[in-house]
Design a protein around this ligand. Structure first.
Ligand SMILES: CSC[C@@H](O)[C@@H](O)C(=O)COP(=O)(O)O
Ligand SMILES: [Zn+2]
Length: 208
């Protein structure tokens, strides 16, 4: 079915549902975070900037092409649109991108020494079958926060050229990005990683 501005189809419904779930888990406070899904080779549906993701309706979503051109007249896309675009451009296997601002991701991104976080020794890692986790551990890069989104997107792209299996990344003092082949898989990744971040933070509190 051809997607129109008024009706962005099943993908929009999946983003609305994910937004509500993440907001109510406290992973998208206020208007923070962003959600998108690929529509085809050239276009995606993405959250409008400044929307509360717990109360998203179809009017809180819009179409943007993979050059960043707005296809929904009068709407302002997420300030972080290029962090979504860079991933869709990299691989046709990426069908959805999700960005959260949870307490655990934000705190961990600030207290970890070095520019990466390794998550290990947790059964939930095994719920990520599509993700390469040799020896049951996953390492996520941590990028410095930067309001220059195209510059940050270039850093992410450069990292992924060197580490193409990267399943997500943290931005210091900001939040977390992950993705999947579709919205259901990206949501699964958010849920698993947020659990892992909570565990890691608790462990660091109990065993400093
Ligand atoms: C005001 S919340 C922080 C925002 O700058 C940003 O980090 C974010 O995740 C949401 O931006 P948005 O433009 O609403 O998609
Ligand atoms: Zn953000």
């Amino acid at each position: 079915m051809e997607e129109t501005h008024e009706h962005l189809g099943a993908r929009a419904a999946q983003l609305i549902s994910a937004g509500s779930f993440f907001y109510h888990r406290g992973w998208m406070p206020a208007t923070a975070g962003g959600l998108s899904a690929r529509l085809d080779d050239h276009r995606m549906v993405i959250t409008e900037s400044g929307r509360n993701k717990g109360e998203l309706g179809h009017d809180g979503l819009m179409m943007v092409d993979l050059d960043g051109n707005v296809l929904s007249p009068g709407k302002q896309p997420s300030a972080e649109t290029f962090l979504h675009i860079i991933l869709y451009r990299r691989s046709p296997r990426i069908g959805a991108v999700m960005h959260t601002h949870s307490v655990s991701a934000t705190v961990l991104s600030r207290i970890v020494e070095g520019a990466e976080l390794t998550l290990t020794d947790c059964e939930v890692l095994r719920t990520l079958p599509g993700i390469a986790c040799r020896d049951a551990s996953i390492t996520l890069p941590i990028f410095g926060n930067d309001q220059d989104i195209p510059q940050l997107a270039a850093q992410v792209d450069d990292h992924m050229n060197r580490h193409p299996d990267t399943p997500g990344y943290l931005i210091e003092g900001h939040g977390f990005y992950t993705w999947g082949r579709d919205a259901a898989e990206a949501r699964h990744h958010v849920e698993a990683f947020e659990f892992l971040f909570d565990c890691e933070l608790q462990l660091r509190r109990l065993k400093p």
